[in-house]
Ligand binder design. Structure first.
Ligand code: 5GP
Ligand code: MN
Length: 338
């Protein structure tokens, strides 16, 4: 798989298939690993797989994971209980990894990244500009977990690492449904399941299963959804008052936007929830004709062609008007074939 390895310290652009993580971490007394705010399955899987690998391969180094608290569904991954959610941001790590995002989405850990001796990005987001000392960014990869798999020598793989990577891959591919699922993704998955973890249980319990209240909020969001542009765009919003009434947080809202997109005739789904007064987190999904990463980027966000997000300020109507205008342009440009 082709990728670009950018070595900023030596100011070199090199074409490379891979980086050697152990080489990059040689001699490091302290190594930090982080990923994006509101960590999803790929982020948690990739971070904890890398954590397990570094602990095994570099027992002399102190390896730490610094991440916003992930959903408890991921507590089945080894190392979950070692995640530090509160930490001192004035520390200087010898090496710091930003996984599944560029440094701007690390939250508080961005300070740690900036202060580190060597800063490494490993990501599959096309929007990652690669401002670390080393940037391994492969937009064609299904997930960051797939990239981490490539970087771990087979001798170090074990059941727990395989499970972490498998969880990452199923979450970013929608259990191998989305078009980011490549033949290579399935080959990797087939190797991972040879390690003997209960993959059916993992898919059910981390991907499909919802709590009662999560299903209630999903139902309510579907019920209150609206169709725009002759049904080509479906939108739903959840305000803070409703979230508080049901006692749900952002972690309870995964999967809602995908369910909206399952509506026949909808090309794009937009799901917004209110983070604070007049501030919304936006998730967008697309079937074919709209590049939602392009739309999200116009409002300071990013993501992938068919799955992207951003945060926006204003009233719900402002936000929807701004987004739908951009979506409509693309729908008109890429008219449905007769
Ligand atoms: P989700 O809608 O599931 O939160 O995110 C979909 C995709 O868009 C993910 O790859 C996620 O990392 C990316 N994404 C979501 N929100 C943002 C954002 O605010 N900024 C950027 N750069 N990417 C985002
Ligand atoms: Mn990802």
């Amino acid at each position: 798989m082709s990728s670009l390895k950018v070595n900023k310290k030596e100011n070199k652009l090199e074409s490379s298939n891979q980086i050697d993580i152990i080489d990059e971490c040689k001699g490091a007394a302290t190594i930090g690993i982080s990923g994006h705010i509101r960590p999803d399955g790929d982020c948690v899987g990739a971070v904890l797989a890398l954590y397990q690998y570094l602990q095994k391969a570099l027992p002399e180094s102190k390896v730490e994971v610094l991440l916003e608290q992930p959903s408890s569904i991921f507590s089945c991954i080894k190392g979950f209980d070692r995640i530090q959610t509160q930490y001192e941001t004035e520390q200087n790590y010898d090496v710091f990894f930003s996984l599944d995002c560029d440094k701007t989405r690390l939250g508080d850990a961005e300070h740690l990244f900036d202060r580190a001796g060597k800063r490494i990005h490993i990501d599959h987001h096309i929007s990652n500009q690669g401002c670390g000392d080393l940037n391994y960014v492969v937009p064609t990869a299904s997930s960051t977990s797939e990239l981490i798999y490539d970087l771990i020598p087979e001798a170090y793989l074990d059941q727990e690492i395989a499970k972490a990577l498998y969880i990452g891959i199923i979450h970013d591919t929608g259990v191998f449904q989305y078009t980011n699922t490549a033949p290579k993704t399935l080959l990797i998955a087939s190797k991972l399941i040879t390690y003997g973890f209960d993959y059916a249980k993992i898919i059910q319990e981390t991907f499909y299963e919802k709590t009662y209240v999560q299903n209630q909020i999903l139902g309510r969001t579907l019920l209150e959804s609206m169709l725009l542009m002759n049904g080509q765009c479906i939108v739903s919003v959840l305000d803070k008052k409703t979230m508080d009434f049901y006692g749900v947080t952002s972690k309870d809202l995964d999967g809602i936007v995908n369910q909206l997109l399952n509506t026949k005739g909808a090309e794009v789904a937009i799901f917004l929830y209110e983070m604070s007064n007049m501030a919304y987190k936006i998730s967008m999904r697309s079937k074919q004709r709209v590049n939602v990463a392009k739309v999200a980027a116009m409002f300071g966000g990013g993501g992938h062609i068919k799955a992207a997000g951003c945060t926006m300020n204003g009233t719900f109507h402002d936000v929807i008007n701004n987004l739908s205008a951009r979506i409509e342009v693309q729908l008109l440009e890429n008219k449905q074939e007769a």
